[in-house]
Design a protein around this ligand. Structure first.
Ligand SMILES: Cc1cc2nc3c(=O)[nH]c(=O)nc-3n(C[C@H](O)[C@H](O)[C@H](O)COP(=O)(O)OP(=O)(O)OC[C@H]3O[C@@H](n4cnc5c(N)ncnc54)[C@H](O)[C@@H]3O)c2cc1C
Length: 416
């Protein structure tokens, strides 16, 4: 057993501080019937006060400057309360990571202080109506005008934070002939008026026509975004034109490691709440003269739920630690999202089963948790895509090791 370090202690203290907000404010609001729920601005305001919009942003840019391992512990706790509020933060933090990793210094200074404070919410936009996993199939076009500005036209979809965001980090094709296609794609920083469905003035050229009516995750808005001649100055290409043009795909994929690791924490948070709710119900509900928790079949369910939850948490922490060590972590992040995404769905289903027919009632938390868990199946990449990432990385690693082994060592090449 390893001894707790100062970092572990600080992490635990931060989670404990957050738990009060989660128990007293997030959980009761999450369970309001969908029909009563307006967008919970007051909760977003509280999350701003708690610094949650700037967890991984360095202190010099106004953030908390936390490591990724602490960030995922905090995201798990928020998601335990309400996955939608963790969703508000998740893509926003992914955009902070994009700026930190691939933005120019001027872009970091322009956006990060407001983003870290939550004064500006950010959205991350790859998906389109006909293209999700196959990102290189996007068709949103960027064309350069004679005055150097870029004109954006196209249709984006499934944008978390789409309406409330004032910044959208958006992938578009600046060169349709480029081969491979991703070398002709750039990430544009689209500025917009928050909560404004139709852009006007300097933000003219966008409209949001659809708030997607989702099965679960109903506390955060997910939208489409139509671009019809939106004009973007060249300094709003991520990394600026000289370094960012044609690099958008690579930049956004690199930051998705952070997004996937963080999304795994959301899965763990939903799973943790399912286990809590199932345990409480199993001890309260009686059949055949005793609490159902005392039937072995129910204990086996609880045992499987707890084991999967702990494995998902450890994989998520492992991916976060790989990122903290400064390594590429697509393998670890892919494994975490694959396992945690499937585990949270399975745990939510067992929680639902333990509730018997009560679980099928809209007033039952298990019902909402099941719908919320399903929101995480496709977001940040479904299981099939994670398997592709993991498999491809493993094979590449193996082939690289084999090649290195076959290279002659100094003794073999030395002249006799
Ligand atoms: C709640 C929610 C929030 C979201 N937020 C955002 C956001 O903020 N920004 C954003 O850009 N997107 C967002 N998305 C979209 C999400 O990223 C996509 O849904 C995801 O990438 C999958 O794309 P798709 O739905 O188009 O599925 P498709 O790519 O059409 O895939 C359909 C099915 O085929 C499988 N599949 C695809 N290709 C292969 C293959 N080669 N081999 C085997 N199986 C394959 C997939 O796994 C899936 O099961 C969100 C989605 C949800 C549900």
């Amino acid at each position: 057993m390893h001894a707790a370090t100062d970092v572990d202690t600080e992490r635990n203290e931060r989670v404990a501080q957050l738990r009060r907000f989660v128990d007293e404010e997030l959980l009761p609001t999450a369970q309001l019937p969908d029909t009563q729920a307006a967008f919970p601005h007051h909760l977003v305001q509280r999350m701003r006060e708690l610094g949650l919009f700037g967890t991984i942003v360095p202190k010099r840019h106004g953030g908390l400057g936390l490591d990724m391992a602490t960030h995922v512990a905090l995201m798990e706790e928020v998601a335990r309360g309400w996955v939608s509020m963790a969703g508000v933060l998740n893509t926003h933090v992914l955009c902070c990571d994009l700026l930190l990793r691939s933005g120019s210094e001027a872009q970091r200074q322009r956006y990060l202080p407001d983003m870290a404070a939550g004064r500006r919410r950010a959205a991350f936009s790859l998906s389109e109506p006909h293209a999700g996993s196959d990102v290189q199939a996007i068709t949103t076009a960027a064309s350069r005008l004679p005055d150097g500005r870029w004109r954006l036209d196209g249709h984006k979809r499934w944008i978390t934070n789409g309406l409330g965001a004032s910044l959208v980090f958006l992938l578009a094709r600046n060169d349709a002939q480029a081969r491979p296609p991703h070398t002709g794609m750039s990430c544009f920083i689209l500025e917009k008026e928050p909560w404004e469905a139709h852009g006007a003035g300097e933000h003219a050229g966008y409209s949001i026509d659809e708030l997607i009516d989702k099965m679960g995750d109903r506390g955060v808005e997910t939208t489409d975004l139509r671009l019809h001649g939106y004009l973007c100055p060249p300094d709003r290409i991520l990394g600026e034109e000289a370094k960012g043009l044609g690099r958008g795909f690579v930049q956004m994929m690199a930051s998705m490691e952070t997004g996937r690791t963080s999304a795994s924490a959301l899965c763990v948070g939903v799973g943790a709440r399912c286990l809590e709710v199932a345990m409480a119900y199993a001890n309260e509900r009686h059949t055949f003269g005793r609490p159902i928790a005392e039937h072995q079949a129910i204990q086996f369910k609880l045992a499987d739920m707890a084991t999967k939850l702990q494995a998902a948490r450890l994989l998520t922490q492992h991916a976060a630690q790989a990122k903290d060590a400064g390594r590429r972590a697509d393998l670890e992040a892919g494994m975490a999202k694959l396992f945690a995404g499937e585990a949270s769905r399975e745990i939510a289903e067992e929680c639902f089963r333990i509730h018997g027919s009560n679980g099928y009632s809209k007033s039952c938390e298990a019902e909402r948790l099941y719908r919320d868990a399903l929101s995480l199946v496709a977001a940040e990449g479904p299981a099939e895509i994670q398997r592709m990432v993991i498999g491809r990385t493993l094979v590449r690693q193996y082939q690289a090791e084999q090649k290195q082994r076959k290279q002659p060592g100094p003794l073999e090449t030395a002249a006799p």
